[in-house]
Structure formats: C-alpha cells, structure tokens
Design a binder for this molecule. Structure first.
Ligand code: ATP
Ligand code: MG
Length: 402
C-alpha cells in the first residue's frame, strides 16, 4: 500500500465567497499545468479541498511541484480507504511503518464529517492508536508534540489517512485576478515585487529595458534567469525586452543632467503603459521602496507617476532592504540579482540626480521634443520571449496560463 493521492487544502481562498468557484477552477488548472509532466495524474476538486490522484506517479516530485502553487494552504500525501476500521488501521500502520524511527512518538488526529460512522473521533483515536502500539516496536503516544501526526478523516465518500502536513505557498491562484506588467530590472527588488504580486493571484508579464551596447547580453540573460525563477510559480512568464538605447541617448542630450533620471523613469513608464494596453494588463508593478534611492523619494514618485493613471502596485514600498533580501533568498533570486552586470539605468545615472525633482520642470524639459516616435519605435522593436520554469523547455511547448 502506498500513498495514492495528495489531499490539498485551500486556506485563505475559502474566504472568497462568490468567487470561490472561479478560484478553485483556476487552482485546478494551475496545479495541472505545474504537474503536466506526470501524465497519469487526475485532479478531483470538492468544495473545500482537492485531491491529486497519483495513479502510480512518484510522490516526491509531485510534492516538490505543489509547494510552489499559490492558493494552497497545506497538503498531505494520503491513502484513501474504505469506511471500515480494519482498512483504516491497515493504512495507518503502513504510514507509521514508513515514517517511523525507533523512539518516535505519535498521535492520531481523527476528524469526522460523516457523523453516521460507527466510531466517533475518540473511538477512532483509540482504535487506531491501539493498533499502532501493538504492531510497532519502540513507539509511544505523545498528544502534544508527536513526531508523527496521523490524520484520519472520515468523509461521506471514504476515509483519508495521512501522516504529514506540508505548508503550501499560501495566497491566491496565479492569474485568478487579472494580469499586470512587472517592470523587471536585474536588481534585487523587482523579482521580489513580482513574486509577492503573483502570490496575490495576479498574472505577470515582465517588461525589461536594455541599452545595448552599454548593457551586455549577460545583463539580459540575468533577467531571463530571474524570469525562470518566477515562472516556477506560474509555469511560464513572458518577458518584453525593450531596446532603450536611443531614448537614453536622447535624454542624455536633451534633458538637463539633474533631471535625466526622472525623465528616464517617465519614459520607461510611458512605454510600459503602452505595452500594458497592448497586452491587456490591468496594472503595473515595480520594485520601488520608499527612500531607497533618488528615484524613490516621494517627490520623484510624484513626478514619475504623472505619466499614467494606471494603478501602479509597489509591494515593497514600505519594506526595509533587509526584509526584501530575505524574500529574495527564499525564492532563490538573490544570487542571480547579485551578479555584477550593469543595468541600463546605472550607466546613464548622473553623479547627483535630483532627489526632489519638480513635475513642472521635467514636463517643460520634455516638451522641447516629440518623444512619441522614439517610444513607438522602441515598442515596435520590442522582443518578446516566453520562459518556462524548466530550463531546457522549447519555447513552443509552453502553454500560456493567462
Ligand atoms: P531593483 O532592485 O528592482 O532594480 P532598485 O532598488 O535598483 O530596484 P531602481 O533601479 O531605482 O531601484 O528601480 C526601481 C524600479 O524601476 C525597479 O524595481 C523596477 O521595477 C524598475 N526598473 C528599473 N530599471 C529597470 C529596467 N532596466 N527594466 C525594467 N524595469 C526597471
Ligand atoms: Mg535597479
């Protein structure tokens, strides 16, 4: 007897009242996609949980995949048995035998949604617990802090026995709440901002500005590698790579030095806004954090934000760098972000950008030139690539989640 399924609990998603059906369907689709290499898997969803039936597929890699699916609160590999006490005892013993090491402690946590079952929860705890004590050497009961917590759930259709609870990624299923454009640099912050936004159920398409030959292929590769990491949570991520050299050179030539940085950000945002419209996103996401650098003061954000009415999501806005770094470590993007390649902004950053730029001033400077043809040209020459969570995946094999 082996684990034949994985029981998935939804958590926060359950609070969503009327939207629930939509969320459950999205979660099911996302799980299917993440586990698509396991051809025999079947997914069954119920009101408050889902079952991934393994049908002979290996349990470990499936667990690994499920840990990154947003919308899952927790999950447990489980054995489904008939509703009779002998079958339950047999499944419980099997699980304990697999997990047990000498000296371990255990407890039985029985739950019953089918109240007509012949044993109540107390009765189940005793009946199953006694069977374990008789058949396993060197094991004791500890109800407070057991090494093995056997969960026996009696439901209307069957009984589910599981021995381990894995923490899920939490949040909402990716792409259950629309799509946003993530301004993805090669830095530490923007991938973390992308991760946190995806966790709230938002689908992400990345926009990256690069300025060859001032920025190298390796700098571009860094962004692709970061997108790979984010794709582990959604299956795939599209990146729009915008050629930004001409615009930066023009800014450098036309805009007074103290304002080049402000103007650069405004042009980036204008292009991102046009891409958002083109690809039907509902918001723009950045990795900005208040006060971190000159472009992220209140005055700067006011002057930069003025080019669009679209909601800009800034998940890191009040966070300290140290906490952002912690998340970057957890999602394994820190090492990639720390690679030393130049970013298009740092190269053109003046020695002392204005930390308190004035909106009227930057608008007056920009008015001297019609920027639209330059912006349109950059958008026309934007290269779009799709990266999947698997490194060697052919681009054409990747299904789009959105
Ligand atoms: P990050 O670590 O995300 O690069 P940062 O602290 O270095 O952020 P800035 O360089 O001021 O801050 O960038 C602020 C935000 O602007 C970034 O988080 C990102 O969302 C966006 N951004 C900056 N450079 C680029 C770029 N080359 N392409 C796309 N977006 C960018
Ligand atoms: Mg940066």
């Amino acid at each position: 007897m082996n684990y034949d399924r994985i029981l998935i609990r939804y958590g926060e998603m359950s609070l969503k009242g009327r939207n629930r059906k939509h969320f459950v369907q999205k979660l099911k689709k996302n799980i299917k996609f993440i586990l698509r290499e396991f051809k025999n898997i079947r997914i069954e969803s119920e009101w408050d949980r889902m079952y991934v039936q393994l049908n002979g597929e290996p349990v470990e890699p499936v667990i690994h995949g499920l840990k990154k699916v947003f919308g899952i609160q927790s999950f447990s590999p489980a054995i489904k048995t008939e509703k009779n006490i002998d079958a339950i005892r047999e499944a419980a013993l099997h699980i304990v035998n697999q997990a047990h090491q000498p000296g371990n402690t255990f407890k039985i946590s029985a739950r019953r949604s089918d109240k007509s079952f012949e044993y109540d929860t107390n009765g189940l705890n005793h009946a199953v617990g006694a069977h374990i004590l008789i058949n396993v050497d060197d094991i004791k009961v500890d109800v407070k802090n057991p090494d093995i917590n056997l969960i026996v759930e009696v439901r209307h259709d069957a009984v589910y026995v599981s021995g381990e609870v894995f923490q899920g990624a939490g949040g909402f299923p990716v792409a259950s709440s629309g799509k946003a454009m993530l301004m993805l640099s090669g830095g530490i912050d923007s991938p973390v901002a992308g991760f946190l936004t995806m966790k709230r159920g938002v689908g992400i398409e990345a926009v990256h500005f690069h300025s060859p030959p001032f920025t190298s292929e390796r700098a571009k590769q860094k962004v692709i590698d970061l997108a790979h990491k984010l794709a582990e949570y959604s299956g795939s991520v599209k990146i729009h790579i915008v050629p930004f050299t001409k615009i930066q050179e023009t800014i450098h030539k036309e805009i007074p030095e103290g304002y080049t940085m402000t103007s650069t950000r405004r042009m980036m945002l204008r292009i991102t806004e046009e891409l958002r419209q083109k690809h039907e996103g509902l918001a723009i996401v950045t990795g900005e954090s208040l006060g971190q650098v000159a472009s992220q003061t209140m005055d700067s954000m006011y002057a930069i934000n003025n080019v669009t009415n679209t909601p800009i999501l800034r998940p890191l806005i009040t966070m300290d760098k140290i906490d952002i770094i912690k998340i970057a470590e957890e999602i394994d993007t820190l090492e990639i972000s720390n690679r030393p390649y130049e970013d298009c902004c740092t190269i053109f950053t003046p020695p002392s950008p204005k930390t308190r730029p004035r909106l009227e001033k930057v608008m007056a400077f920009e008015e001297k030139l019609d920027w639209q043809p330059l912006l349109s040209e950059a958008i026309e020459n934007t290269e779009t690539i799709i990266v999947s969570e698997r490194r060697n995946q052919q681009e054409t094999d990747v299904e789009d989640l959105f």
